[in-house]
Design a binder for this molecule. Structure first.
Ligand SMILES: C[S@@+](CC[C@H](N)C(=O)[O-])C[C@H]1O[C@@H](n2cnc3c(N)ncnc32)[C@H](O)[C@@H]1O
Length: 422
């Protein structure tokens, strides 16, 4: 059987080639592998992809001609550099030797790589150039973080290099938070009640899989980032029907249905509509899933609806979860996402009767996908209004939107604006 380090390099190459998340690929490629093997594959692939620019720089300094390598060979070389430089592994370890052979680095480069220090990768660089290599963050992403005025840039970059905090949403229509804590504690979970949101628990540690408990199967909780649960609380209203125009896989609409008894989720993807239905079934909430393109307003909105627009985005706020995204995302893709986001929010604004509340949220940082999309829709009669709970940093328009940051709020990076049609 191949070593987990060889498997990690293959997984990384496949993920970058197909632009598919490491996690979903690992599930399909190693579904039958033992848990320990899978954990090691994931940990090495994630570590190597998190540091891909730093590792490439070390390989270049070692004299490797990385431009001429195939993607697969480059990923073997990256995993090798990662094991040697960031994991303290030794070339004398036969499993490292196997990765070295697959990378086909020559003896001179291997020797040189052995001598280099991690800091050599950014020695002589200053400012953003240094941060870009040190934290393997492409320059265009760094510049967009600077443009939005992200507070304390280096701590943010450092935080994005680590795993996210784990959050679960309690199915409060079925179980109290205290009761769920009691039940999961008996299974070896360590949990902390969140002080901002009364249906959220932070998972400090757990035994086995977080989704492998009878409580999970029975729908007593859902794994969902705290920032995403916050969107549900911001959108929640006792009056009116909640509609998520981009609803798959159903995290936010099932939350709204648990809080307010019912929700409608639209999605352009059949698979996503199935995920919404499956999730609603497990959590035992009432959600109707509608297969449609929400750029052509699918529903006749009546009375005081609450409409959520939570469109696809560059996912840069989720780099703690999926660091591979930074290796393939481009500025052109930001423009493509922004176009789709604008047309979805505009369609919602045009279809909404007066008094409709529209909540716009994205798990990313770029201004083009956040403030600019909302500002574009203001001309269609949407006005920013106060939102509660407000736990993030104030953002445009009118400082009424909020931004959440991983290093400050310990959540995914999110932008949330609440608007009303006047
Ligand atoms: C970020 S996800 C939404 C997450 C969801 N709100 C939740 O909380 O689970 C974006 C979703 O928008 C859907 N989508 C993309 N374009 C769409 C369109 N034109 N109309 C409706 N849904 C669309 C995608 O299929 C995807 O499921």
């Amino acid at each position: 059987m191949e070593s987990p380090w060889m498997a990690a390099a293959r997984l990384m190459a496949e993920s970058l080639r197909r632009r598919v998340s490491l996690k979903s690929l690992a599930i399909s490629m190693y579904s039958r592998a033992p848990r320990g093997f899978k954990a090691e594959v994931r940990s090495v692939a994630v570590g190597a992809v998190r540091n891909f620019m730093l590792l490439d720089r070390l390989l270049l300094l070692a004299g490797a001609n990385i431009e001429s390598m195939s993607l697969e060979r480059l990923c073997y070389a990256r995993v090798l550099a990662y094991l040697l430089k960031l994991r303290g592994a030794s070339l004398n370890d036969p499993k490292v030797g196997e990765v070295a052979r697959a990378s086909r680095l020559d003896g001179r480069s291997l020797k040189m790589l052995g001598r280099l220090e991690v800091e050599d990768a950014y020695a002589g660089l200053e400012g953003l150039d240094k941060l870009s290599i040190k934290y393997s963050m492409p320059m265009w992403i760094l510049e967009s973080l600077v443009k939005v005025g992200a507070p304390r840039l280096e701590p943010l970059l450092r935080r994005l290099q680590r795993d996210p905090s784990r959050w679960i949403r309690v199915s409060t229509h079925r179980v109290t938070r205290e009761e769920l804590v009691r039940r999961l504690s008996r299974r070896g979970f360590k949990l902390k009640a969140d002080s901002d949101l009364d249906d959220v628990l932070q998972v400090l540690s757990f035994k086995g899989g977080i989704t492998e408990t009878p409580e999970y199967r029975a729908g007593l909780y859902h794994v969902q980032d705290k920032a995403s649960v916050l969107v549900g609380h911001v959108a929640r209203s006792e009056v009116g029907v909640h509609v998520d125009l981009t609803g798959g896989p159903g995290g936010k609409i099932t939350h709204l249905a648990q809080l307010e008894r019912y929700g409608v989720a639209c999605d352009v993807s059949m698979a996503r509509c199935s995920s919404i239905r499956e999730l609603a079934r497990r959590l035992r909430v009432a959600v109707d899933a509608v297969l449609c393109d929400s750029r052509l307003p699918p529903l006749r909105l009546r009375g005081r609806s609450i409409v959520l627009v939570d469109p696809p985005c560059t996912n840069l706020g989720r780099l703690c979860y999926e660091p591979e995204v930074k290796a393939w995302m481009t500025e052109d893709m930001v423009r493509e996402f922004a176009k789709l986001q604008r047309s979805l929010l505009r369609a919602a604004a045009e279809a909404a009767p007066r008094g409709t509340v529209v909540v716009y949220s994205v798990c990313t940082f770029t201004r083009d996908e956040c403030e600019r999309v909302v500002e574009d829709a203001l001309s269609l009669g949407l006005e920013p209004v106060d939102q509660r709970p407000f736990i993030g940093e104030a953002a445009a328009p009118s400082r009424k939107a909020q931004r959440l940051y991983p290093h400050i709020h310990d959540t995914a990076g999110f932008y949330i604006a609440k608007l009303v049609k006047v």
